[in-house]
Design a protein around this ligand. Structure first.
Ligand code: ZN
Length: 150
């Protein structure tokens, strides 16, 4: 049985819930290089603060130009959109990391990759320099709000 957010008269529909993890969608992006962002975020008291947003990368684009830090841990994930080869990005992502802004190290990402960014680690620029096929960017972080510190 297929149900779309219709829990009435169902025993199992209670599991299609936003009670703890809420599904959110941003309006269509004003940047033609990006697709519409979808995400999940915790609500209520049962789970630690957590948010995840995924955005299709459609064309070359600099998502964040300036190195910065956060007070929270973060994961940045990149993966392909071809269901038969999700590993190959069919594009190039450039991400810089560093202990301080004066010593940033640029990484070139062409395969599915997860980057752990502990609180206090400088990161960015984040740029998609080549996009042969759309691929996905997933941003996960452990905080209620995405607050950037320069
Ligand atoms: Zn950041």
């Amino acid at each position: 049985m297929i149900r779309v957010r219709n829990n009435e008269g169902s025993k199992m529909g209670k599991y299609l819930t936003d009670k703890y993890l809420k599904t959110v969608s941003a309006p269509p992006s004003s940047h033609k290089e990006l697709g519409q962002t979808m995400g999940i975020e915790t609500q209520g008291q049962k789970l630690p603060e957590f948010k995840a947003h995924w955005t299709p990368i459609l064309k070359p684009y600099t998502m964040q130009a300036e190195p910065h830090i956060h007070d929270f841990d973060q994961y940045l994930c990149f993966f392909g959109s071809n269901p038969e080869d999700i590993i190959d990005l069919h594009g190039i992502t450039e991400l810089s990391l560093g202990a301080d802004k004066a010593h940033m190290e640029k990484h070139i990402i062409t395969k599915a990759t997860t980057v752990f960014i502990p609180a206090g680690l400088y990161h960015c620029p984040l740029a998609y320099t080549k996009v042969d096929k759309p691929f996905m960017f997933l941003n996960m972080f452990f905080a209620r709000e995405y607050i950037i510190k320069k």
